[in-house]
Design a protein around this ligand. Structure first.
Ligand code: ADP
Ligand code: ZN
Length: 440
């Protein structure tokens, strides 16, 4: 039997006990990283940190951060903390924001990760009676194999469909009695599109749970998906460096993401001053892996922006929640001095009648050298039918969207109704921002 089976009891531990476990694991993991990774010893020396001064998790603030470029600079195995014979697998980040980062896993690392995905599934109400179709890509990306292993651990019947072949996804959902699907939210939109095209009836399926993550998505998107298909949509969060999907997920209260903090210790810092922020304040999420043996990370800056929610959750879990990821700091656009991120735009679009879910953001510079931002979006099929009868409605919609965006974000936008099906669809993570300024 696995050391970490499904272990959902850990979600409900008394807080004091949880803190004691974190403290004990932190000291052990810090020592382990220090003893086994020359790069980490050098980092501490560079920051004049005396390891003997680290005596409890309350001293964590004395330690330097590890950042994404450190993992690239030590590519591929410069941060390995164990001999290669203990490594059973490699994964790599999808590289949405640069070169891939390669992560080595020991058997124990895979075991912890699998446990966390299984705990997520329990949180989503998925169990051994479920048929789980995995529509995340299988391969170096952690989505496919992560959900696969966790689903098997939970006892589900797995359909390892991977990304792509959308018609087959829809066919299997019906024919195999699929009850839960896991994929990126943007791929699920693509599946919904295809279903509309072929007149697919979601009521004829047994699908009831969607497990969406690997990219930011809004509550507006959730409402659209749930209304369109009749399923309940859950959020699953994670990153390759820390393990993969299943670092946390949202319970049936849908009020933030519970972090499995008996394995991953969260902090929020101010990305400018690097000082820790009190619970409740928004900043950059930082993780310390409390059990990792392949590539332990102490104070790793994720670049994801969120806050720790201090209030206890109505579900009774004592592990803390973070807000849904508002954005990655890499996705932050600064337009004429104002910070803009895709989630704000998505919230406006999805709040409109019928939900406008297919969109792309184009950044450019006009002839006077001023930064411009254009949102190109598709209308709903019903709206396109109306445009055929009354073309002025198309312009009216564009004006309405531009005005709402201006009110929400505080700067002028160009809003363009795109042709039907012209916005690219994604089988994995969707690239929402197209930056033409970089083409000059
Ligand atoms: P990358 O996309 O950086 O190449 P990963 O495939 O490991 O690498 O993706 C991890 C990142 O994906 C996270 O740091 C976060 O930005 C994003 N992400 C994952 N799950 C979610 C989620 N549920 N909500 C928002 N963002 C998410
Ligand atoms: Zn909860």
């Amino acid at each position: 039997m696995h050391k970490y089976a499904m272990n959902s009891a850990s979600d409900f531990m008394p807080v004091d006990r949880l803190r004691a476990i974190q403290n004990q694991k932190f000291l052990k993991r810090f020592r382990y990283a220090y003893d086994n990774v020359q790069w980490y010893r050098d980092l501490l020396a560079e920051h004049n940190v005396d390891p003997s001064k680290i005596q409890s998790i309350d001293d964590i603030g004395k330690l330097p951060f590890i950042v994404k470029t450190d993992l690239r600079d030590t590519y591929p195995t410069g941060m390995l903390a164990t001999s290669m014979d203990k490594i059973v697998r490699f994964h790599a980040s999808s590289g949405t924001t640069g070169k891939p980062i390669v992560v080595p896993y020991t058997r124990e690392d895979i075991d912890v990760w699998t446990e966390c995905v299984a705990r997520c599934l329990t949180m989503f109400g998925v169990d051994e009676t479920d048929v789980l179709q995995v529509g995340y890509g299988y391969g170096l990306f952690t989505g496919g194999l992560g959900l696969h292993d966790g689903g098997e651990r939970r006892g589900c019947a797995l359909v390892p469909a991977s990304g792509g072949n959308t018609a087959r996804h829809l066919m299997f959902i019906k024919d195999l009695g699929v009850t839960a699907i896991a994929c990126t939210p943007s791929y699920f939109l693509h599946i919904i599109d295809h279903a509309r095209k072929i007149g697919y009836d979601w009521k004829e399926t047994k699908l009831r749970v969607g497990i969406f993550g690997a990219e930011p998505w809004t509550d507006g998107m959730r409402q659209f998906i749930e209304k369109e298909t009749g399923i309940v949509a859950h959020d699953i969060y994670g990153l390759t460096e820390i393990s993969g999907p299943g670092v946390g997920g949202d319970c049936s209260c849908h009020a933030g993401i519970h972090i499995f903090e008996d394995h991953f210790y969260p902090e929020i810092i101010d990305p400018e001053t690097l000082k820790p922020l009190p619970d409740g304040e928004e900043g950059e999420l930082v993780f310390t892996t409390l059990d990792k043996t392949g590539m332990p990370l102490i104070r790793y800056r994720t670049r994801d922006v969120t806050r720790i929610i201090p209030e206890p959750c109505a579900c009774g879990r004592t592990i803390r929640r973070i807000g849904r990821i508002s954005h990655r700091s890499d996705d932050m656009m600064i337009v004429r001095g104002v910070n803009v991120f895709p989630g704000q735009i998505e919230s406006v679009l999805t709040s409109l009648d019928g939900g406008l879910v297919n969109y792309q953001i184009h950044l450019d510079t006009n002839d006077s050298g001023l930064a411009t931002i254009e949102v190109r979006f598709e209308a709903t099929p019903e709206m396109y039918d109306e445009f055929d009868r009354a073309s002025e409605k198309r312009d009216a919609l564009a004006r309405l969207v531009a005005e709402k965006l201006r009110q929400t974000v505080g700067i002028g936008f160009k809003a363009t109704v795109a042709e039907k099906n012209s916005i690219p669809r994604s089988e994995g993570k969707m690239q929402r921002i197209v930056d033409h300024r970089k083409e000059d």
